[in-house]
Design a protein around this ligand. Structure first.
Ligand code: NDP
Length: 400
């Protein structure tokens, strides 16, 4: 059916690329382009002979618009799937605009020097994408991503208005290290060391980092401590889902992770302010990333399951209604299938599905959209087919 350019070749990209190669009817030809070309070549070698998808590789600096434009003009893909880091979102969007190519990512743009987790920079491209006749699909991972699809699905089928959403992200996996992050350490630590916040009655309520703690009994995982975090999809869901009074996001963390994080914070290792070291400017958090295990290496050692989903409360035909929809994913099953743990898997699969929705013309339009703005049904079907089946509960335990 067509060609896709995939930028980045880390944990999430590895899964998305495996999935594109399982779906070669849609992804007939892909180009894997990243900063370190040897990683792209290694993956190509691993996959060739096992797929009908034709794989090309290239080196690209995704901070450089001209390089990206040259690559796109040369390969002529229908879309660019951005699986590099949030810092590259705008340069890749600029290159897509210049070449009139659809754009997809899994994380909001982040300026390198401030942790913001907000959409305003990317929403500013709406008119330009509309004029160019291309789609910019923001946040096609799990959260953001599937959580937005779940919200649109709940709204479409079960509610007249949704008043409360709690997004619960539980990782019951164990990698055996005292401290490691499941996806890019720099982005992960920026996210969890920032202030928490939630949306209530039209405004943000800010909390200290990890100030709000709850317990929840997750199916297939058990009782876990979870903490309220700010998360980017709260911003778009508050606008796109009708009737919202409050949206919160909770993520589970084990005690060892939190103790290490506190200690690293206390000694200044999680700071994104550059410091001078032996005559060179370094960012402590980037240095920390360099000494932590590569998330892509956690696959063989991670056991247990993830359980990520959304609890909705609202009204249907004047009656109160509650609905919980979630996915349970097993780290070792993911590793057997694509050589990655479940965090990369639960992000990489929806990235491939989002790309497929545009490549095969299921989702059409022109402009910049968050995922919940599209029809959720074909995406929900694809989740079941491509490895992330979901379950429903119409009488769930609520978060107090
Ligand atoms: P990794 O660090 O494993 O991979 C990032 C990749 O991007 C690496 O291959 C890296 O190259 C490449 N890269 C970085 N900078 C550039 C550049 N300037 N030019 C070209 N390539 C570059 O990250 P993850 O795979 O864990 O995460 C990928 C994205 O997914 C992130 O944006 C993350 O925030 C997002 N994510 C989203 C989730 C969701 O549910 N929505 C959940 C988890 C992650 P090199 O190999 O040289 O370092």
């Amino acid at each position: 059916m067509g060609k896709a350019l995939i930028i980045g070749c880390g944990g999430v990209a590895g899964v998305a690329i495996h999935k594109c190669c399982q779906n070669s009817e849609v992804f007939e030809e892909i180009m894997i382009a990243s900063r370190t070309k040897s990683k792209c070549d290694k993956l190509k070698e691993e996959l060739e002979g096992k797929t009908k998808t034709i794989i090309h590789t290239a080196q690209v600096d995704a901070d450089n618009v001209d390089e990206l434009v040259a690559l796109i003009n040369d390969f002529k893909p229908q879309l660019v799937l951005n699986l590099a880091l949030p810092y590259q979102d705008l340069t890749i969007m600029d290159a897509c605009l210049a070449t009139k190519t659809h754009y997809i990512d899994t994380a909001n743009y982040e300026p390198i020097d401030t942790a913001k987790f907000e959409y305003k920079w990317q929403w500013a491209y709406r008119e330009k994408f509309k004029e160019a006749g291309i789609i910019g699909l923001l946040g096609s991972g799990f959260d953001p991503g599937v959580t937005g699809v779940f919200s649109a699905y709940a709204m479409k089928h079960y509610f007249d208005e949704i008043n409360y959403i709690d997004i619960l992200d539980c990782n019951g996996g164990d990698h055996g290290y005292p401290f490691a992050t499941n996806f890019n350490p720099e982005i992960n630590i920026r996210e969890v060391s920032a202030n928490g916040s939630y949306w209530e009655n039209g405004d943000w309520v800010e909390t200290e980092p990890m100030e709000i703690k709850k317990e929840y009994d997750f199916k297939s995982v058990g009782m876990k401590d979870m903490y309220l975090l700010h998360h980017e999809e709260l911003e778009s869901l508050a606008l796109n889902i009708k009737g919202i009074k409050r949206i919160r996001f909770f993520m589970t963390f084990g005690q060892s992770y939190l103790t290490h994080l506190k200690c690293l914070e206390n000694v200044g290792m999680t700071s994104i302010e550059p410091i001078e070291y032996e005559g060179k400017q370094i960012v402590p958090l980037q240095f920390l990333k360099a000494v932590l295990p590569d998330p892509a290496s956690l696959g063989p050692r991670t056991v247990g399951k993830t359980n990520i989903g959304c609890i909705f409360q609202g009204k249907k035909d004047g009656q109160d209604k509650t609905y919980y929809v979630y996915n349970i994913c097993d780290h070792q099953e993911c590793y057997k299938e694509v050589g990655s743990q479940a965090i990369s898997y639960t992000t990489g699969v929806p990235a491939m599905i989002g790309a497929m929705m545009i490549m095969n013309g299921t989702w059409t339009g022109a402009g910049v959209y968050n995922i919940e703005e599209f029809d959720p049904d074909p995406f929900m079907e694809a989740l079941n087919k491509w490895g992330l089946p979901w379950e429903e509960d119409f009488n769930p335990t609520l978060v107090d």
